[in-house]
Design a protein around this ligand. Structure first.
Ligand code: GDD
Ligand code: MG
Length: 360
């Protein structure tokens, strides 16, 4: 069966402070490092050998996933000395591939949550005889992605990464971050220097007349690159809206990991997850929120669409909406933090001293 490369070397800057100590694919979503969901889905589709292309905080992957046998996989790790970009990272792991020159190799961006039918993508690739096949999806605002117009047969006609001008927005079809490359195409990527598949390999191959085939699949799809998206992805996994065989428990309104402690009258809803060792005090109300391991939520806190870092503490009656609290940070009692606010790791915010009664 097919083998795969997973690109997990990005710095995850848009997810800071969660990615200061943890690379993006290792931040927990629905109770396990996000990467677990991608590995488990690939395994489910019949992939047995996966090479992780690592760079930023590379040392944390192997101690956690080891040889992959716990997931029924054979995992290998290759770390870049300097970040090589998406194409450079793919080329850099080529020596670990076992496929022959004409065989299909799957490649995945490491931050995508999707219900993509992986076997169907490989099937499209084989049937069309393409050099590269790409999973495409449609989004309302394509500007943050790679735009991929196709002809009537699904053949890719151009690749426009993160268009800068309105004239470049020629389609709402975007690169969804899953590809099949013919093995020999990987070997032809220049070695030992940074290469972006999006900005160099795809446009160059198209200019040279290569066959890039698009497969539009409108199943669940989300790039977890921003805090807002990450919180939503985690909640969708808990709710069962996003498919993953790796959710550690039954899907529903909430997921409580073993060794977490939740007060009986606390209310957890809309896909809230409580990580191992976390403590949720009496009367707390959490909506669509991810609480990472060993965090503490004090009594009466009201939290919605937020991410609470590992070992962080949220004080009594504090209100959080669309907030990211870094690992180890402390938010004192009676604060109110909203609208995308991010609190850095280990920061201590004192209790709010002025309190208003509700009718003031
Ligand atoms: N090993 C390695 N080395 N991996 C890298 C490097 C590197 O130097 N740079 C990025 N990556 C990995 C990231 O970890 C991520 O998994 C993937 O490559 C894509 O990088 P992102 O930084 O997440 O890119 P993006 O989200 O802005 O855009 C990409 O994804 C979109 C879909 O979500 C592009 O592929 C777009 O064309 C696409 O539409
Ligand atoms: Mg991304």
């Amino acid at each position: 069966m097919t083998e795969a490369i997973l690109l997990v070397g990005g710095k995850g800057t848009r997810l800071r402070p969660l990615t200061v100590r943890t690379p993006k694919p290792m931040v927990p979503a629905a109770g396990v490092p996000f990467l677990t969901h991608q590995l488990a889905r690939a395994r489910e589709a019949g992939v047995e050998h996966i090479v992780l292309a690592t760079s930023y905080l590379a040392e944390v992957f192997e101690p956690y996933f080891g040889d992959g046998s716990a997931l029924g996989l054979e995992l290998e790790y290759v770390t870049e000395r300097e970040p090589l970009g998406t194409g450079g990272a793919i080329r850099n792991v080529a020596s670990r591939l076992r496929s022959g020159p004409g065989d299909p190799v799957l490649i995945f961006n490491g931050d995508i949550l999707t219900g993509l039918d992986i076997r169907a993508l490989v099937g499209t690739h084989t049937r069309s005889g393409a050099d590269i096949s790409l999973h495409l999806t449609r989004v309302e605002d394509p500007r943050a992605y790679g735009l991929v117009p196709t002809d009537a047969n699904g053949r890719v006609t151009a690749f426009l990464e993160k268009p800068q001008t309105p004239e470049e927005i020629v389609t709402d079809q975007i690169n969804a971050g899953a590809y099949v490359f013919r093995r020999s195409v990987i070997d032809a990527i220049p070695e030992g220097r940074p290469v972006s598949v999006e900005r160099e390999t795809f446009p160059d191959l198209l200019a040279a007349g290569a066959h890039l085939q698009g497969m539009v699949d409108s199943t669940y799809w989300l790039d977890l690159g921003t805090p807002h998206a990450f919180v939503r992805g985690s909640a969708d996994l808990v709710l069962g809206r996003a498919p993953s065989p790796a959710v550690p428990g039954r899907c529903g309104e909430h997921l409580i990991l073993p060794t977490a402690s939740v007060a009986p009258d606390a209310k957890l809803s809309a896909g809230t997850v409580i990580g191992p060792g976390a403590v949720i005090g009496p009367g707390a109300r959490l909506t669509a929120t991810a609480v990472l391991p060993d965090a503490v939520i004090e009594p009466g806190a009201l939290i919605t669409h937020s991410l609470i870092g590992a070992k962080a503490r949220v004080g009594a009656r504090t209100i959080l909406a669309n907030a990211v609290i870094g690992d180890g940070a402390t938010i004192g009692a009676d604060n109110e933090l909203r609208d995308g606010i991010r609190i850095w790791c280990d920061l201590v915010l004192p209790p709010a001293t002025i309190r208003f009664s509700p009718d003031e």
